[in-house]
Design a protein around this ligand. Structure first.
Ligand code: 13P
Length: 250
């Protein structure tokens, strides 16, 4: 069965609650494509207003982070139950910005993946290499290591429903996109890693996104690749352009 494409916006630390409502209203008429799962991953404080703003549309809600704990004395953290109660379905885990600036390591991210799955949230698990790693020729080994570490204890059935996002760090917010061949090479390698850990059938089910300066101009070529099942969009998700990416096949 063909994998349904999934185009997710990662709003990062942008948009106040009132701005978020405005953006959702601006995008509402532009993001209707039945061939695509459309997700807005928004700052925690925007989840409630955006949930309200997308009610009755095809858009689904995502968070940008979650706690590895259930509840209690963890000041500043947000639990899976809170996200679920607010209508969240997806959660980004292991974005390179969290790995780099907040020192989230693979053991911690693995606990977040397990917590999200236990609670019924769909992880969008991010991986990606630095420019130095790419130039040293260790990209595929590095990505495979990240995936294997972050999926410890995850069952085949669980991983089949997950989303994995390949985001080369050198392509994020830089305007420098991976070529479609570079992106496909790594996305195919991620699928092979899943087949290696689990089995070929599971690997065929998992959806793999590309992220890193994806825009209305380059999305069509990237999304035509056999192992690229969607995009995780930063900058271009904050404007009307996002609608053109969602409708890449029109
Ligand atoms: P940009 O699309 O702004 O490069 O960001 C990509 C990204 O980090 C999405 O998670």
């Amino acid at each position: 069965m063909a994998r349904k494409k999934i185009i997710a916006g990662n709003w990062k630390m942008n948009k106040t609650p009132s701005e978020a409502k405005e953006l959702a209203a601006l995008l509402a008429p532009l993001v209707n494509n039945p061939d695509v799962d459309v997700v807005y991953c928004v700052p925690a404080i925007d989840i409630v207003p955006v949930a309200e703003a997308i009610r009755g549309t095809n858009v689904q809600l995502g968070a940008e982070n979650l706690s590895d704990q259930n509840s209690g004395a963890f000041t500043g953290e947000i639990s899976a139950d809170m996200l679920l109660d607010a209508g969240v379905k997806y959660v980004i885990i292991g974005h390179s910005e969290r790995r780099q600036y907040y020192h989230e390591d693979d053991a911690f991210l693995n606990r977040k993946v397990l917590k999200a799955l236990e609670k019924g949230l769909i992880p969008i698990l991010c991986c990606g290499e630095t420019l130095e790693q790419r130039e040293a020729g260790v990209t595929l080994d590095w990505i495979s290591l990240q995936i294997k570490s972050d999926l410890q204890g995850v069952t085949a059935e669980q991983v089949a429903g997950m989303v994995i996002a390949y985001e080369p760090i050198w392509a994020i917010g830089t305007g420098r996109t991976a070529t479609s061949d570079q992106a496909e090479e790594v996305c195919a390698a991620i699928r092979r890693t899943i087949a290696e850990i689990y089995d070929a059938g599971t690997a065929e089910k998992v959806r793999i996104q590309y992220g890193g300066s994806m825009n209305a101009g380059n999305c069509k070529e990237l999304l035509a690749k056999p192992d690229i099942d969607g995009g995780l969009i930063g900058g271009a998700a904050l404007k009307e352009e996002f609608g053109r990416i969602v409708n890449y096949n029109k």
